[in-house]
Design a protein around this ligand. Sequence first.
Ligand code: ATP
Length: 260
Amino acid sequence: MLKINNIETWYDLIRALHGISFEVKQGDIVALLGSNGAGKSTTLKTIMRLLYDLKEEQPEKGTIEFMGERIDRKNTDEIVRMGISYVPEGREVFPELSVLENIMMGAYTRRDRKKIKDDIDHVFDHFPILKARKDQEAGHLSGGEQQMLAIGRALMSRPKLLMLDEPSLGLSPLLTRDIFTIIRDINQKDGVTILLVEQNVNMALKYANFAFLMENGRIVRAEKPEILREDEDVKEFYLGIAKETSVKGYQRYRRKVRFR
Ligand code: ATP
């Protein structure tokens, strides 16, 4: 469904993505994992073409294909119309607009007004709390509710692929589980493919069908979650369940991933 081939993205003189390639298959929940600054958010922004107002065209190299069509030189609106929707890190809801107005903003690429009403109801089915708060200002919602609103808004463009950047950021463990359950529902019941950036590796590996691990702007592992969950290095450095964490151990791990 989505094919990233050798893309390279720069912030001025800093190369954030060093020729990364990966594929997202239709129907999957795919997790993009890695430590701070690995390049996960940059990857999603590159796919959405949110960085092309930088001096250079982004990505500088490589191609991105969605449903068999090149999208790496299209603009963001066209990409949304083709069926990719994106929930940025930090949600970015419009705080002074109501919940309902925020949801409607997600339908900005659409002209089919009658179906928009049905889709709002469908968003409320996923998130009943948003229905109860539909007339409240979005800025007054809790962090978890704002995350729900951001996902609900993203669903309004009827995506085939939904990309989420850190949906669990700042949420309690309980709310994180709720959000992940809803993400799985959206995947299984609505048939929406999911590409998920997450720092909560434990949670992401529970819900994903496939995972890519990024380090320093490169993809260093591409594995099924059950394999990563049992991997001693991943346990130690991403799941924090090692017997002991040592500087030497970390250096050994970095040498290993560099040569993979
Ligand atoms: P995080 O979870 O901390 O957001 P990440 O894996 O999403 O990490 P990115 O935000 O994609 O990482 O950052 C990748 C690299 O690009 C980092 O070295 C970062 O410092 C750099 N970078 C990101 N955004 C910018 C920017 N606007 N200007 C300059 N450098 C940037």
